[in-house]
Design a protein. Structure first.
Length: 407
């Protein structure tokens, strides 16, 4: 088999990090305080995080979706403003999102190689990996995956196609991504009936009109067909109800098809480049358990907010080498204890706040939360909750500042 070679290529022995439990979030108080979370959000470099998961999760994750940096050599910003005109990007209020810039191609390939190998080890024998890239590096990734998984384990090369404006004037507009799907063995999960879609009306009309259509093979027109390996889904920029403002967010329908096809209810699915949290959000809707992580605290915040819309509690863990910079109470933010409620008083532009009514000084147990709607509207400044002797309030502003107050 051909092999891709770059400077100092070798699989490294990765030192696992230690993970610490930062908080448990009970959306809307669901399950508080006795329930234990199965779903996990993890903040940290995914290389050390995946190494830390090996002792307990090697060969146990049923589906891994990976949406890493694409080797674009760009820095992506997150939108934090509200009510802005999407057609006027120069007027958007922005904050740092994530970086996709590299010293050279060798550095990028080594970054990808080490992580793909750990994903291979974590994936269950019947599991599937979906690696999502575009024209910048998908051809290199195909060779890496052939080397790690075996060329005979390629299940599909999927094309996700979409529409949108483009600045390109001297070439055809680049409007597709490539998703490479690899299995670990021949006994893999693929639920064809879960992802069937209706036949096009022209096909239905053709079979109705002629008994010779399809060379005598008549499909089950009512059951529908398994999708081809090219998928059309609109980009999130055109899906106003899904937009979080986090850059390069992927549409829910895309992840839904992957999850339904390649996992079963109760399975463990993972995304170690989770960004805005599309995979964990869709996974909980379909009865899957997730592990999701990112090295960006802004990504973990976006994913966590998104999960509040369901009734599935989750934990937030972090690499011991990173921590949120939380400021203590100041004149800028005040929390007042009322009869059966907490009122937050501040002139800051708030994005999110939460309450632990019985703070033990160790693990924050979030029993009540309020967050600013993505498309507009005001965040609630008062939350109803029964407090113990000492409660703790955590606040995050739109620009990312964090405050911790005691009530």
């Amino acid at each position: 088999m051909p092999e891709l070679i770059w400077r100092d290529k070798q699989l490294k022995v990765i030192a696992p990090t230690a993970l610490t439990l930062d908080s448990i979030v009970f959306p809307g108080g669901c399950g508080y305080p006795q329930s234990e979370p199965k779903n996990r959000l993890i903040w940290g470099d995914n290389l050390a995080v995946m190494a830390a998961l090996l002792p307990t999760h090697e060969n146990r994750i049923n589906l891994i979706y990976a949406d890493p940096p694409f080797f674009t050599n760009k820095k992506f910003a997150a939108r934090i403003g509200r009510g802005e005109d999407s057609r006027k990007p120069k007027q958007w209020k922005l904050a740092e999102g994530y970086r996709d810039d590299w010293t050279d191609l060798d550095a990028y390939l080594d970054f990808l190689y080490q992580r793909l190998f750990l994903m291979f080890r974590l994936r269950a024998p019947n599991g599937t990996l979906y690696l999502h890239l575009d024209w910048h590096a998908d051809s290199y990734a195909r060779l890496l995956l052939d080397e790690i998984f075996g060329a005979d384990r390629l299940l599909n090369e999927i094309i996700w196609t979409y529409h949108g404006p483009s600045p390109i004037r001297r070439a055809f507009n680049r409007k597709h991504d490539t998703i490479l799907s690899y299995t670990k063995g021949s006994d893999y999960t693929f639920n064809a009936d879960a992802v069937r879609e209706p036949y096009h009306q022209n096909t239905i009309n053709t079979f109705k009109a002629s008994p010779k259509a399809g060379f005598g093979k008549i499909p089950n027109l009512e059951r529908g067909k398994v999708p081809e390996d090219w998928w059309y889904f609109p980009v999130v920029a055109r899906l106003h109800n899904e937009r979080t403002g986090y850059p390069t967010q992927k549409p829910e329908a895309l992840l839904e098809r992957i999850i339904l096809a390649s996992s079963n209810p109760g399975d463990l699915v993972a995304d170690f480049f989770c960004g805005s949290g599309t995979l964990p959000f869709v996974a909980t809707k379909h009865g899957r358990t997730f592990i999701a992580g990112d090295e960006s605290s802004r990504a973990l915040h976006a994913a966590g907010k998104r999960l509040l819309g369901g009734n599935h509690l989750f934990s937030l863990e972090r690499d011991v080498n990173v921590s949120f910079s939380r400021e203590q109470a100041s004149a800028a933010v005040q929390a007042k204890r009322l009869s059966g409620a907490i009122r937050l008083e501040t002139k800051l532009d708030l994005d999110y706040w939460e309450i632990d009514p019985n703070w033990d000084g160790k693990v924050f147990r979030s029993a009540a939360q309020a967050y600013r709607p993505n498309r507009g509207g005001e965040i609630a400044r008062e939350l109803t909750i029964k407090l113990g002797r000492q409660g703790c309030v955590r606040v995050v502003t739109a620009s990312g500042e964090r405050y911790q107050l005691y009530v």
